[in-house]
Write a protein that binds this ligand. Structure first.
Ligand code: ADP
Length: 500
């Protein structure tokens, strides 16, 4: 087993990976940029290496600096987390060349799945259902136009090298295709240095359902069931859950088999995710394979009772998977909400600054994976996701109820967060009914508090009145001034902490 592992990442995921490594008696080496010196992921580690600079390109994305750090600290392996270098085949190659184990699949698989055109072609031969579409490495306007006519509008233009929803354009009618293609190609070129774009049928109101897969170096492949990730904003997941609600067992079975077939077709090793769209008629279509640990992996851990980082480490060290398909069961229900430093009332503008006060909820069935604490600085340089809140319950209702309670007690002062927005989504009757699809947040605009500012003002005035009353009462009766006043107060009726 490895003695020392470097985590090529920051924030909550670096802290989370360190937790498992240390539990396995593996020493942890952190890397940190100029502004991350005092971050939890650094204080948590056994050793740390300074990456000179701030921008991702000169720190967490600089493959050569990371390998230099790994050699300096004499580590056996590198865990890339998600984002940054996690899906960079050249980095995985570089690690191999230096004799360092990359905790992830082979560079060949990473590069094949990183190209959506290659991925679709590869999986089609494995019998995995694809979204009807058309692709070619040198597609021109007339090819794309013909393909779109054949598929039928609306269609979606997507970047071959795409990720994070970049380079995607919905085209409603033939007259819009020329402009949309130009825009998608320009965006793809500037984001990924690769202008190739392909065309797909645009599925109306789909659900995003993905399957966790795992393969080892002994030919074993399993899936660890699904995650429903339909609550999205601009193609980015915000709330995830497992098991997916209103999801027939027969479909779960079929999609699980498809995910395993996909993994086997590419000799997959390590943790991965096969993403699908499910349409209103229950037909499912392959979207892409993510060759890394996903942000939302904790809900799978909660429901199948496994540590996925531990499994990644075992597989990377050459051990067989510690479970068979038959041993895996879904027990209860788990939800994850992503806590972002952003302002939903101002178009989800990222919010930066110092976190003066940070308090996270606690409970036996509540997990918080956080990369911040009181005194942390949130900068413009990195992803604004601060933490993930995960709740588990015997039933979906129970984990929702626990999530509502936990969100109410989550306090982040100093930067604006999406906590109240998340609570509004979780409180929505359509969410409670499990009526989910990727346009949920377009159909239900929950970005601004319905009550506006008036109740806040009323709240402050009432609070001041209470304080005055309490002071005058203690003067007349000699009461202890610190004794709480329990009357019919807004503190009681509001039922929610506010970040003011
Ligand atoms: P990325 O790699 O950029 O994240 P994906 O292919 O994973 O792109 O798709 C992200 C999201 O975009 C999906 O979860 C879904 O909401 C939407 N999407 C992608 N393809 C389609 C499609 N053919 N029809 C409708 N929505 C789609």
């Amino acid at each position: 087993m490895f003695k020392k592992v470097l985590i090529a990442n920051r924030g909550e995921i670096a802290v989370r990976i360190a937790q498992t490594l240390q539990e396995m008696s593996i020493a942890v080496v952190a890397v940190f940029s100029d502004v991350d010196r005092d971050s939890p992921h650094v204080s948590r580690a056994d050793e740390a290496y300074h990456l000179d600079g701030i921008a991702p390109s000169e720190t967490y994305l600089d493959a050569h600096k990371i390998v230099e750090a790994a050699k300096h600290h004499k580590v056996d392996a590198i865990h890339p987390g998600y984002g940054f270098l996690s899906e960079n085949a050249a980095f995985a190659h570089l690690c191999a060349d230096e004799g360092i184990t990359f905790i992830g699949p082979s560079p060949k698989v990473i590069s094949a799945m990183g190209d959506k055109i290659v991925a679709k072609q590869t999986l089609e031969t494995a019998g995995v259902p694809l979204v009807p579409g058309w692709s070619s490495d040198d597609a021109n306007l007339s090819d794309i136009r013909k393909a779109a006519d054949r598929i039928g509008y609306p269609v979606l233009l997507k970047a071959a090298a795409g990720g994070g929803g970049k380079g995607m354009r919905i085209v409603e009618a033939a007259s819009d295709i020329e402009g949309a293609l130009g825009a998608a190609q320009r965006e793809a070129n500037s984001a990924f240095g690769d202008a190739r774009v392909f065309v797909e049928k645009y599925i109306a109101r789909p659900r995003h359902i993905e399957f966790q897969i795992f393969g080892d170096h002994h030919g074993n492949v399993v899936h660890l069931f699904e995650r429903e990730c339909s609550i999205q904003r601009r193609y980015q997941k915000i709330i995830e859950e497992t098991p997916a609600p209103n999801f027939p067992d027969s479909l779960r079975q079929k999609m699980g088999e498809s995910a395993v077939a996909a993994a086997k077709a590419i000799n997959y090793t390590g943790a991965g995710t096969v993403e699908f769209l499910v349409d209103e008629h229950g037909h499912f279509y392959f979207l892409e394979v993510n060759t890394r640990l996903q942000v939302e992996h904790p809900i799978t851990e909660a429901v199948v009772d496994q540590d996925l980082v531990r499994t990644q480490v075992l597989v990377a060290a050459g051990e067989p998977l510690p479970f068979t398909q038959d041993q895996l069961r879904q027990t209860g229900h788990a939800l994850e909400a992503r806590i972002y430093a952003e302002d939903p009332a101002r178009g989800f503008l990222p919010s930066t600054g110092l976190i003066d006060r940070y308090h996270q909820p606690h409970g036996r069935w509540i997990r918080v994976d956080s990369g911040v604490r009181s005194g942390s600085l949130v900068t413009v340089h990195y992803d604004p996701m601060l933490a993930k809140l995960i709740t588990w319950g015997d039933s979906r209702d129970e984990s929702i109820c626990r999530m509502q309670w936990a969100l109410q007690r989550y306090v982040v002062l100093g930067v604006t967060t999406n906590i109240e927005f998340l609570a509004r989504v979780i409180d929505h009757p359509n969410f409670a009914n499990g009526d989910l699809h990727t346009h949920f947040l377009d159909d239900n605009d929950l970005s601004a508090s319905k009550s506006g500012n008036v109740p806040d003002e009323a709240f402050i005035i009432a609070a001041l009145t209470m304080k005055r009353r309490a002071a005058s009462r203690s003067r007349t009766s000699g009461d202890d001034e610190s004794r709480p006043v329990y009357s019919d107060t807004p503190w009681q009726s509001s039922g929610r902490w506010r970040n003011t």
